[in-house]
Design a protein around this ligand. Structure first.
Ligand code: NDP
Length: 296
């Protein structure tokens, strides 16, 4: 029987576990605060921001929001970032990607105070992660690790193939999984659009993580029996639904399920975990800034 790993259930447990730490911080005089910054009015980004605000409310984190006009010069966004760096009620914040074309996202990230960088994208935090001393694990890779842990899937000694080498998913996940750590110790192959014979790389893996942004790229024919399959992809494809689209992953679920020992669905797999780990990082950021020890 293939195990369907329920990201909603695991995320809910993580949120429950955070509430004690949040109340400890509130009792110590400062409820954790997370801010979202949105430049422009991309509807998908707006939806993500709304969900993050709702998540905060649910667990007792103060949520703040800053809108920046999509046509504004980059300096306007930089000013908003400078204000958030100074705001003692905001312990962590994220600048929702993508930003408009006339703004360089890397310039944006470099301006975020690393201690408030709950996405974990600032070069200082990337460097710490690579050095095995992560302050904030990026939310999606951390969520993937937590999903594996929840399903009792040990990564030690396993061959893991990651499809995708982005700065937010593939690269940090590869770095985390090769760490000399209980939730690492894997042997990792990272694939990308220039990889020769992708199917050979996925077939040789014990665990496949698909994060390419290509609908249903990985199907059952590319997997050996018993593979663990984690689908990070979220893709809108045209469909005869009220919204005119449906969400599909980077894995062709039905055929992959036939081969997999465990698999995450889309939606309801990695997505809720990414959101939960953002709350986790916000609590950690508040704990570090307030110098109040909490159990995480
Ligand atoms: P990017 O577009 O930044 O990176 C995609 C990566 O996949 C690139 O490294 C690219 O290679 C590689 N790739 C593209 N096509 C192929 C192919 N045919 N074969 C092998 N590799 C390929 O995407 P992200 O990492 O930001 O996101 C990946 C997916 O995950 C998206 O669907 C996104 O929506 C989703 N996502 C989901 C999250 C969640 O919480 N569930 C969070 C973040 C992302 P190259 O480098 O050569 O271009």
């Amino acid at each position: 029987m293939t195990e369907i790993i329920d990201g909603n259930a695991v995320a809910s447990e993580i949120r429950d576990d955070l509430t004690a730490a949040i109340e400890t911080l509130a009792d110590a005089g400062s409820r954790p605060g997370l801010a979202t910054v949105l430049m422009g009015d991309d509807p998908a980004s707006q939806t993500y921001v709304n969900m993050k605000q709702r998540d905060c409310e649910e667990v007792g984190i103060e949520s703040h929001h800053v809108d920046v006009d999509g046509d504004a010069p980059p300096e306007e966004l930089y000013d908003a970032i400078a204000d958030l760096n100074e705001d003692s009620e905001v312990h962590g914040y994220i600048v929702q990607a993508p930003v408009p074309d006339h703004v360089d996202y890397r310039d944006v990230i470099r301006r975020v105070d690393p201690i408030k960088d709950v996405d974990g994208f600032h070069p200082e935090n990337v460097g710490r992660l690579v050095a095995g001393d992560a302050r904030f694990r990026p939310c999606t890779p951390h969520g993937v690790q937590k999903l594996l842990e929840s399903a009792d899937i040990d990564t030690e000694g396993k061959d893991v193939t990651i499809v995708g080498r982005s700065d937010i998913v593939g690269k940090p996940l590869a770095n985390l999984l090769i760490q000399k750590a209980d939730d690492g110790n894997a042997t990792v192959t990272v694939c990308h659009s220039r990889t020769d014979d992708l199917a050979a790389k996925t077939r040789s893996a014990d665990i496949v993580v698909a994060a390419a942004g290509v609908p249903e790229l990985v199907d059952g024919s590319m997997l050996e029996d018993g593979t663990v399959v984690i689908d990070v992809g979220v893709n809108r494809v045209d469909a005869d639904t009220d919204k005119g689209y449906e969400l599909v992953g980077d894995v062709e679920f039905e055929s992959a399920k036939e081969k997999a020992s465990a698999i995450t669905p889309v939606p309801g797999g990695v997505g809720p975990m990414t959101r939960a780990m953002l709350l986790y990082n916000t609590v950690k950021a508040a704990s570090l800034q307030r110098d109040v020890d909490v159990e995480l």
